[in-house]
Ligand binder design. Structure first.
Ligand code: ZN
Length: 234
């Protein structure tokens, strides 16, 4: 296992793009992994190569570090979960207080598959954008969950993986700020133009914070974070 290497769980959204920049700034070799679980918005997966290309074009020192991209098929997730991310239903809050975009155990599966891939690639570190300050309260985004999973993976694979979650304690404004600290306005521009967050897969409306419908929970969160980020600089 090489200590200077990392595998980033990379969806093509704002959070995982910021995590990718964070990893490229720190580690000599960085690979990316994305998951296809028949999510409604395949548009997010199509953002991945655009973001990777933009990062290597704008940041010469990162270009030499960015290695292979991997896509893993987790289609079984769509078969077992009734989520607004995988089924054509309206986004709403359920009786348990969680949005119906919640896919149970999704991050547990993602990290376990990523660890299996990292094992094969000789990569010691996993980087993921889970964040417990997020609006949604997804239980698999909690720091406690990730720490427990790291322990379980290391026991089960006889490894010493470290799962890095640089966004864990950040709100959305702080995530924009981190992007700016890492790559200045050039990185902010890549996040605005190339990344995709909107649950509805809308890339026809352009706002100052990027593309999206502007009304789904993901768009609202991204817009509010961007407004707060710009306000603190003004
Ligand atoms: Zn939206």
């Amino acid at each position: 296992m090489k200590d200077g290497s990392a595998l980033v769980l990379f969806s093509g959204g704002q959070d995982s793009t910021t995590c990718l920049a964070w990893a490229l700034e720190r580690f000599e070799r960085v690979e990316t992994v994305g998951f296809n679980y028949r999510q409604r918005n395949v548009i997010e997966l199509s953002a991945r190569p655009r973001v990777r290309k933009a990062l290597t074009q704008r940041f010469v020192n990162w270009a030499g570090r960015l290695g292979q991209d991997h896509i893993l098929d987790l289609g079984a997730l769509a078969e077992i979960s009734e989520s607004a991310l995988t089924r054509p239903m309206a986004i709403a809050i359920c009786a348990d207080g969680l949005p119906n975009t919640f896919v149970p155990g999704r991050n547990l599966l993602f990290l376990t598959f990523a660890a299996a891939l990292a094992y094969r690639r000789g990569i010691a570190r996993l980087v993921a954008g889970m964040c417990e300050t997020d609006f949604s309260g997804y239980p698999d985004c909690r720091d406690e969950t990730i720490k427990a999973l790291q322990g379980a993976i290391n026991l089960g694979m006889a490894t010493r993986f470290v799962i890095e979650t640089p966004l864990m304690r950040l709100d959305k404004a702080a995530t924009w700020r981190l992007a700016q600290d890492l790559g200045g306005e050039a990185l902010i521009e890549i996040v605005r133009e190339e990344t995709h967050t909107c649950y509805e897969g809308d890339r026809t409306h352009r706002h100052d914070w990027g593309w999206g419908c502007g009304v789904c929970p993901a768009c609202k969160l991204r817009a509010a974070g961007y407004a707060a980020f710009r306000a603190e600089k003004a």
